[in-house]
Design a protein around this ligand. Structure first.
Ligand code: ADP
Length: 470
């Protein structure tokens, strides 16, 4: 793989090793840039901006579709690299490549439908015209949990809108990002339209946030880093989109279809080893069905296979690093000490292993750390609730508001609860609500703005009002 910035070979005096989280083997040694590389990327994106934004929507869409096709053609190759550097099961990695490509396709189609409007003026000699225009050069900073999709979810609407983009992927998963860039280059997307820089996070972030050439920042990651970027962006009043942490409640009412509800927990909690920002973090079950639900969940969870992502039947791969494993152990230990019971799992597969057994705890209370903080691991803590009003209050008692899940067969309960939850995404009898055409994002400290759907496109467009006197 030839790494480039503005078509020049990307080398750096500093390098880092990309590690396989399962084996700790070195997957690759990659250049680890800083200010110089960050500036070079912005310069390239800035030079590419005018020609790219002036292309017809058709021309941009055609190039994007080639990029999309290249990703699908290289699905196996990209997925293999993703499993190596991130650990997720190969079948999930392939699913992510398709999911990532779906954003490019949807926004390529949507590029042709960016429309303005005219508004009747107050005097006969005036015309009011509204025209959306690309915002300019965009800086994107992305996490390791979805190394492909978090990039295309930002780059595809940016490109469709006519913006160019500089991307800093997480240092744990730079190789997938480079493969995406390579596929874009092969598609004929001009140099500078997408630039990827791997390197010192704080230095690159600060360089981009200070640059007057960067007009917008779009970030997915932790809440503290999101807050930092937002404050740095204030200096030049950059537009900001943030997709930050969550603490998703999963509410099972007594009239729920238990089969569906258990399946919902499996999908929303144990996918990607519990390392997604919309992962269920707290399971609330109405007390009448607690025993039946817990038993069913236990059986399903015990059927999940933990292991090497390259083995066909693996459902759960390793956690990203030792810190993540220690946090999980602490959450479990504290909960057990404070009165919770272990239903299944509770430890690493073997001592010192990066693989963690899928775990269910019951008898959990809201003050325990596993209910207050995002565990980001295959741990499902279950707490009992009595009625709708109480569970809504408890679910909303969080500074976060990204995703929530409700399982019930009653339309009225579903409607009332979904409306009352202070969450940007609500899955109703659905544990997998993400889709390219839907606006994804959080309320409260979970973020600003939306990704996906028409809303996700308008994050990269400015509204220009032109007033004509004729
Ligand atoms: P996580 O804890 O999931 O790794 P982070 O918020 O630390 O979440 O990481 C998400 C992305 O933010 C990564 O690309 C990471 O390198 C980047 N990042 C971390 N610290 C900073 C920073 N100070 N400035 C800019 N980006 C940062």
């Amino acid at each position: 793989m030839q790494l480039t910035i503005n078509d020049k070979a990307y080398t750096s005096s500093k390098t880092i090793n990309v590690l396989n989280p399962l084996t700790q083997e070195v997957v690759a040694e990659v250049p680890f840039g800083g200010r110089e590389e960050a500036e070079a990327a912005v310069k390239a994106a800035s030079e590419a901006y005018v020609p790219w934004s002036r292309k017809t929507a058709d021309a941009r869409a055609d190039l994007m579709m080639k990029w999309h096709d290249n990703l699908l053609e290289e699905e196996d190759k990209i997925a293999e690299v993703m499993t190596k550097e991130q650990g997720k099961p190969f079948k999930e990695a392939k699913g992510e490549v398709r999911y990532a490509a779906s954003f490019i396709r949807w926004y390529a189609e949507e590029a042709r439908r960016i429309k303005g409007e005219t508004i009747p003026a107050s005097s006969a000699d005036k015309k009011i015209v509204i025209q959306p225009q690309p915002i300019g050069v965009v800086a994107a900073i992305t996490p390791w949990n979805f190394p492909a999709a978090m990039i295309t979810r930002k780059a595809a609407p940016a490109l469709a809108a006519g913006c160019t983009i500089v991307i800093k992927p997480a240092e744990q998963t730079p190789l997938t990002a480079w493969l995406l860039k390579e596929a874009a280059d092969k598609a004929g997307i001009p140099s500078g339209v997408i630039e990827v820089v791997v390197g010192e996070p704080a230095v690159i972030g600060e360089t981009w946030m200070k640059s007057p050439l960067v007009k917008k920042v779009t970030f997915t990651g932790s809440t503290p880093v999101g807050k930092l970027l937002m404050s740095q962006a204030a200096e030049t009043v950059k537009k900001v989109s943030l997709e930050l942490g969550g603490n998703a409640p999963f509410i099972v009412f007594k009239d729920a279809n238990l089969e569906k509800a258990v399946q919902g927990v499996i999908q929303s909690k144990f996918r990607n080893a519990g390392q997604t920002c919309v992962c269920t973090n707290r399971v609330y079950v109405q007390e009448e069905i607690m025993e039946a639900f817990t038993q069913k969940l236990k059986e399903k969870v015990e059927g999940l296979l933990v292991g090497d992502g390259f083995e066909e039947n693996t459902d759960i791969g390793p956690l990203i690093n030792e810190e993540a494993l220690v946090k999980t152990e602490k959450h479990i230990e504290q909960a057990l000490k404070e009165g919770a019971s272990l239903v299944t799992g509770g430890a690493r597969l073997t001592e010192g292993s990066p693989l963690f057994k899928p775990t269910v705890l019951s008898g959990v209370t809201d003050n325990m750390s596993c209910m207050q903080q995002e565990t980001f691991a295959p741990l499902a803590p279950i707490a009992a609730f009595k009625n709708e009003e109480e569970v809504i209050t408890r679910a909303n008692q969080s500074p976060f508001g990204l995703a929530a899940y409700i399982f019930t067969e009653s339309l009225s309960t579903a409607w009332r609860t979904a409306e009352a939850l202070e969450y940007g995404i609500v899955g109703i009898n659905d544990g997998l609500p993400s889709a390219a055409q839907a606006p994804f994002g959080g309320m409260k400290e979970s973020g600003i703005g939306r990704e996906g759907g028409t809303e996700g496109l308008y994050e990269f467009l400015e509204t220009k009002y032109m007033s004509f006197s004729i």
